[in-house]
Design a protein. Structure first.
Length: 324
C-alpha cells in the first residue's frame, strides 16, 4: 500500500524464457527471481525449434543474449503501485503522486514471438503456485516468495470474518510478497505487418492474479487496508470499481491437447507476416508487453513484504481456440 510500502529492491532478477516441443504442443516459460537489493542482473531467454523470441521484432534468437536485458532492468526499484487496467500505473492509490515509471517502479518488457507451427494462440497455463515452495519449484506457472515474519503493532481485521480474522497487537504471522503480485499482458498490433489488420478492440489485454484468491484481491476492506486505516486520521475508502482479473488459467481438453477449453488466459494471437522459413513455411508473429508489479490495493500488500524474495515462473502454451 502507498505510505506503507516504500521499496522492494531487486538484487538478482533472473528471467528465463524457453520453449520446448512435445509432439506438436509448444510450451514456453519465464522464470524470475527477485531479491531485495539491486546487486546484479542475470537474464537468460531461450526458445525451442518452433518458437523464437526477440526484443525488437527484427533479430530473433533461439537463445536471447542476456546482456540485452541488462540496461532495461538495471534501475528497477519495485514500488507498491496500482493499476486498474494493467497498462496505466499510478504511484499511489489516489494517483496524486503521478504515474509510475516502467522498469523503475515495476518491471515492463516487450517481447516478440514467432513460429511456423500450426498452433497460433498463446496462453498462460498451469498455475501451480499452491504446490511449490520457495526453494523447490516445479513445471508450470507460479509466483512464490520466502515469506516474512512480522509482529503486528496494531489490531486490525485480516479477512472477511471480522471476528475470526482479527490480528491483535503483538501477534506474529508470516506475510508473502507473492500474494500481492499482479501480471498483465498487453497484446500489440504490429503496424509494419501489412497482414495485421486488427484494431485496438481485437487485442488481448488481461491482468492475472497468480494467487488465484479473489477474496484477498483488489480493494477489499480488510488486510492491508484495515491495517493502513489504523495509521491515518482520515480513513481510506475502498474503491467502488474493481479491475477484471484472471484468477483461473486456461486449460486444454484432455482428449485434444491442442485445443483450449476457454480463453481465460490467452495473451496473444500470432499473425502471418508474409515471411517464410528456408523450408517455405510461413512465419506467424506476435508482440506483447509483459508487466509485473506489486498491487498496492491488494489485501496482502503489507510493510512486512518489503524484504521478501520472490520467484516467478510463467509457462505458456501455443494452442487453438475452441470453435464448438
Amino acid at each position: 500500500m502507498s505510505k506503507i510500502i516504500r521499496k522492494l529492491l531487486l538484487s538478482v532478477l533472473s528471467l528465463t524464457l524457453s520453449a520446448i516441443m512435445l509432439g506438436t504442443v509448444t510450451y514456453a516459460w519465464i522464470t524470475m527471481t527477485n531479491k531485495n537489493f539491486l546487486d546484479g542482473l542475470v537474464v537468460n531467454i531461450s526458445a525451442g525449434d518452433k518458437l523464437e523470441v526477440s526484443l525488437d521484432g527484427i533479430t530473433y534468437y533461439s537463445t536471447l543474449p542476456s546482456d540485452l536485458f541488462t540496461d532495461a532492468l538495471a534501475e528497477i526499484q519495485m514500488e507498491d503501485i496500482t493499476s486498474f487496467d494493467g497498462e496505466t500505473f499510478r504511484a499511489s492509490r489516489s494517483g496524486a503522486a503521478g504515474a509510475a515509471i516502467p522498469n523503475i517502479d515495476y518491471a515492463s518488457l516487450t517481447l516478440w514471438f514467432r513460429t511456423d507451427g500450426a498452433e497460433r494462440n498463446v496462453y498462460l497455463v498451469e498455475n501451480v503456485s499452491d504446490l511449490v515452495q520457495y526453494d523447490i519449484g516445479m513445471d508450470g506457472t507460479y509466483v512464490v516468495s520466502m515469506g516474512m515474519n512480522w509482529r503486528s503493532d496494531e489490531t486490525f481485521v485480516n479477512g472477511p470474518n471480522e471476528i475470526d480474522d482479527i490480528v491483535h497487537v503483538g501477534d506474529h504471522n508470516t506475510y508473502y510478497a507473492s500474494d500481492a503480485v499482479r501480471i498483465s499482458f498487453l497484446e500489440e498490433q504490429i503496424p509494419e505487418n501489412l497482414l495485421d489488420t486488427r484494431n485496438a478492440d481485437d487485442l488481448v489485454q488481461i491482468i492475472v492474479d497468480p494467487s488465484g484468491d479473489p477474496l484477498r484481491g483488489y480493494g477489499v476492506p480488510y488486510g492491508a487496508l484495515s491495517y493502513a486505516n489504523k495509521k491515518v486520521v482520515h480513513p481510506i475508502q475502498t474503491p467502488i470499481e474493481k479491475p477484471n482479473v484472471v484468477n483461473e488459467l486456461t486449460e486444454f481438453f484432455p482428449h485434444n491437447p491442442y485445443v483450449a477449453m476457454n480463453e481465460n488466459s490467452k495473451i496473444m494471437e500470432l499473425i502471418e507476416d508474409g515471411e517464410h522459413t528456408d523450408l517455405t513455411k510461413t512465419y506467424y508473429v506476435g508482440k506483447v508487453t509483459l508487466n509485473i508489479w506489486l498491487e498496492g490495493w491488494d489485501a496482502d500488500c503489507f510493510d512486512a513484504i518489503l524484504r521478501d524474495e520472490i520467484k516467478v515462473q510463467l509457462k505458456f502454451r501455443a494452442g487453438k481456440a475452441n470453435t464448438n
